[in-house]
Design a protein. Structure first.
Length: 302
């Protein structure tokens, strides 16, 4: 099996994920699928136009479900018809119905790889995909709080004037309203941000609000968000294809809570190697449990 990646959904997010994969040379073939065939073909043509400009040659196929048989990864990037919604849970009825139609088509191709879900509400949709596909929970996961964690690193880095890559730590829980910054994990150069004793005293609640509002601010300005999530997904795809066993905050199955939820997990060739328990404070443990209940209630209502 080569480095073939299927992307279901050729909208802003699916297309920018494909763009990231092509420009970084992370796969050999992309199967781009959308119910709007004209859009899918246009996106595929533009990606092929880049062939002489990028380091690696990537074959682009359009609306070929049969080709998913050789895919090692399928990215679920189906979006709602209406984007301007404050709560991602409002998208659930529409996106879950589409996912239920698409997953049988994926599995009928003979696909036997890993499914990564971007589709919102990310955590609930990951559970829907796993149930409909019958794949092991380890081989289905969502992008979870990967983007939220990147936003947190940006906010913290900008406040302290350091490169966001020098910030470590996690946003956990739902990729949505009940998420929380696990400040007990957030460090700069090994030093806890919450215990910073320099001239700049961080306002942690205000910084948390900036993290949560980041996506909404982008959405109001340009109508959608795609660069960050497309790049985050490309990193996850690379981790699976290369067997990197890299730790990411993704939406992975939590056996105790009985939900997919944003948490640090090792991502490698088989999908989720294992989730990594985090030593959270009592307040953070309560926030995690509360977020799990939000996800669980949404899934149970389907």
């Amino acid at each position: 099996m080569g480095r073939t990646v299927g992307i279901i959904g050729a909208g802003h997010v699916g297309a920018d994920t494909a763009f990231s994969l092509v420009t970084q040379g992370l796969c050999d073939e992309i199967v781009l699928i959308d119910n709007n065939e004209a859009k899918a073909r246009s996106q595929g043509l533009e990606l092929r136009d880049m062939a002489s400009l990028v380091p690696s040659r990537v074959n682009i196929l359009v609306n070929d479900y049969a080709a998913l048989r050789r895919a090692r990864i399928v990215v679920m990037a189906i979006g709602p018809t209406t984007l301007l919604r404050e709560d991602r849970m409002e998208e659930l009825l529409e996106t879950s119905a589409t996912v239920k139609q698409v997953v049988p088509l994926i599995m009928a191709s003979g696909f036997n790889g890993v499914i990564i879900s971007i589709t919102n509400p990310c955590d609930v949709i990951a559970a829907v995909i796993q149930r409909e596909s019958g794949l092991p929970a380890s081989r289905v996961f969502g992008t979870g709080t990967s983007l939220d964690t990147a936003r947190m690193k940006r906010v913290v880095g900008e406040f302290f004037g350091v490169d966001p890559k020098s910030v470590s730590g996690y946003v956990m829980g739902e990729h949505g309203e009940s998420q929380f910054v696990a400040w007990s994990t957030v460090r700069i150069g090994g030093r806890l941000v919450s215990e910073w004793d320099g001239d700049k005293q961080p306002d942690l609640p205000a910084m948390k609000d900036q993290v949560r509002a980041g996506g909404w601010d982008i959405l109001l300005g340009k109508g959608w968000t795609s660069f960050g999530i497309g790049t985050a997904t490309a990193r996850l795809v690379d981790a699976v294809l290369s067997g990197a066993d890299t730790v990411f905050p993704v939406s992975a199955w939590d056996e105790r809570e009985g939900v997919y939820i944003g948490q640090p997990a090792i991502v490698g060739v088989g999908g989720i190697g294992r989730a990594l328990p985090v030593a959270l404070t009592q307040d953070e443990q309560r926030a995690y449990a509360a977020s799990a209940r939000v996800i669980g209630r949404a899934f149970a209502a389907l």
